[in-house]
Design a protein around this ligand. Structure first.
Ligand SMILES: Nc1ncnc2c1ncn2[C@@H]1O[C@H](COP(=O)(O)OP(=O)(O)OP(=O)(O)O)[C@@H](O)[C@H]1O
Length: 228
């Protein structure tokens, strides 16, 4: 469960998030809004990447002010541009990084890590790219790798910031399928309204405020109307 209480945030004296209070419990939550309306800033609050100037954010009862490190383990984040997320030169190294980093904490042996990587490569049909340099991957493959690198850590919640914006139609459809199959709670920022049609709840941001919060059948037409 995510609780956001009376959050206000300013950058250079400009209020970019204004008095936001809400509770998120649904499995599929979409976020839409015009450029600069505060969507990315809002989702960055939810894994402690951004600490609000005023107000509080709790993830499963943990306040991001005190528990940002623990929260980042529970809340995975997939960025719009996978180049900002992929850090290692070879596909399997990128997938292994988080697991190796937490091997001691999770009590994982080398064999456990190897098996987990095998399973995630198989799940996303990336086995043939295991030893491939990451810079040689296509845009769609990079996005899949970025998602796989987050999913492999088994977070409880996953945030996607515009996951299909840089993709062609085939890859966009593949990512939609990948999202549908994830069992975690998902929070997805997107300008791709079709992606959010089957979601449980959609938040519409405008100038740092949530101006509509409801099911997609109501919130998406409201947003389209707002933009015309
Ligand atoms: N670190 C920062 N420094 C300066 N301005 C910032 C910073 N973070 C956010 N902003 C500003 O806050 C506003 C909201 O930005 P944010 O990225 O949250 O919007 P957004 O809705 O995600 O936009 P987009 O759809 O273009 O990604 C913008 O005007 C942006 O320029």
């Amino acid at each position: 469960m995510i609780e956001v209480a009376a959050v206000c945030h300013r950058v250079d004296d400009r209020e970019i998030l204004k008095h936001i209070t809400l509770t998120l419990t649904e499995q599929r939550i979409g976020i839409v809004g015009s450029n600069g309306s505060g969507k990315s800033s809002f989702v960055r609050l939810l894994n402690g990447l951004l600490i609000p100037e005023q107000g509080n954010v709790w993830i499963n009862g943990l306040n991001t002010r005190q528990h940002a490190k623990t929260i980042r383990r529970q809340v995975g984040f997939v960025f719009q541009n996978p180049d900002h997320q992929i850090v290692f030169p070879i596909v399997e190294e990128d997938l292994a990084f988080g697991l190796k980093h937490r091997a001691k904490y999770l009590n994982l042996s080398k064999l456990d890590i190897a098996r987990t990587i095998d399973a995630i490569l198989k799940r996303y049909n990336l086995e043939h790219l295991r030893h491939q340099p990451t810079y040689l991957l296509s845009g769609g493959e990079k996005q899949l790798l970025a998602i796989a690198s987050v999913v492999v850590m088994n977070p409880q919640i996953i945030i996607f910031d515009e996951p299909t914006t840089l993709l062609d139609l085939r890859n966009r459809n593949r990512i939609q399928q990948v999202l549908q199959e994830l069992e975690q709670m998902l929070i997805v920022v997107s300008h791709d309204l079709d992606l959010l049609q089957a979601f449980d709840r959609v938040l519409v941001f405008e100038a740092g405020e949530i101006v509509m919060d409801g099911p997609p059948a109501i919130a998406l037409p409201y947003y389209v109307q707002l933009m015309t």
